[in-house]
Design a protein around this ligand. Structure first.
Ligand code: SAH
Length: 213
């Protein structure tokens, strides 16, 4: 598949929709306007790739809805060269958006099939995360901690303690918490022991799976 003017036109429309739904961070909007989402999907989804919807990506997983990607990315309040840990690489679309925003991205995926596929796809598109890791996101990534922010892109039954521990003071953890439906939750680390918590309404994610590697 190629990236054409038609796709660019569809991306511009998607960006307008996201603005209408309340996304204001220009860094987020311009990254979504540039990343060719159709290349992260099977070619049979090419005509739908710029709808604001989640789609299957294999291994029973989904690429997040663009609004969700935008909403989570906006909550991170990224600055250039921020060190970001993503849990749930999946298709690599969210990873690509974060890279395009100028972050230094570390991303963990527990499905080997998706890990391998995305590890090939991103460099082919000229997108270079700092590290893609095959492993269990519940543990975070101790060797590269601390992080300016951490984004979890699967529904977590609870907030894994290692992720809180691997956040810089002032750092932000964005995580959907819950079983069937999740509440988008933002934790801001105030100091060694204290975190400020904000909640942002309901979202629906595939589950963050534990102890299954
Ligand atoms: N950010 C992805 C969203 C993929 S869906 C995208 O833009 O496409 C969530 C992903 O989290 C799935 O690929 C799933 O395999 C992965 N996942 C679930 N539990 C995990 C865990 N414990 N550690 C790492 N990845 C996990």
């Amino acid at each position: 598949m190629k990236d054409t003017n038609k796709h660019q036109g569809l991306r511009n429309q998607l960006v307008k929709q996201l603005q209408d739904k309340g996304i204001t961070d220009n860094n987020v909007l311009s990254a979504i306007g540039e990343i060719p989402r159709h290349l992260f999907l099977n070619s049979s989804f090419e005509d739908f790739a710029y709808q604001d919807k989640a789609f299957p990506i294999g291994a029973d997983q989904t690429i997040s809805q663009p609004y969700t990607v935008a909403f989570q990315s906006q909550l991170l309040e990224l600055q250039k060269n921020h060190k970001v840990l993503e849990i749930g690489t999946g298709s690599g679309y969210q990873t690509a958006v974060l890279c395009k925003m100028g972050a230094s991205v570390y991303s963990i995926e527990r499905q080997n099939e998706l890990f391998k596929k995305t590890s090939r796809l991103l460099p082919n598109m000229g997108i270079r995360p700092k590290k893609l890791i095959f492993g269990d996101g519940y543990k975070g990534l101790e060797v590269d901690a601390p992080f300016d922010s951490i984004i979890v892109t699967a529904g977590a039954p609870f907030i894994p303690q290692p992720l809180m521990a691997q956040l810089k003071i002032g750092g932000r953890l964005v995580i959907p918490v819950g079983d069937k439906e999740q509440i988008m939750t933002l934790l801001i680390r105030k100091n060694e022991t204290q975190f400020e918590k904000h909640e942002f309404g309901d979202f629906k994610f595939v589950p963050l799976l534990e102890n299954k590697n």
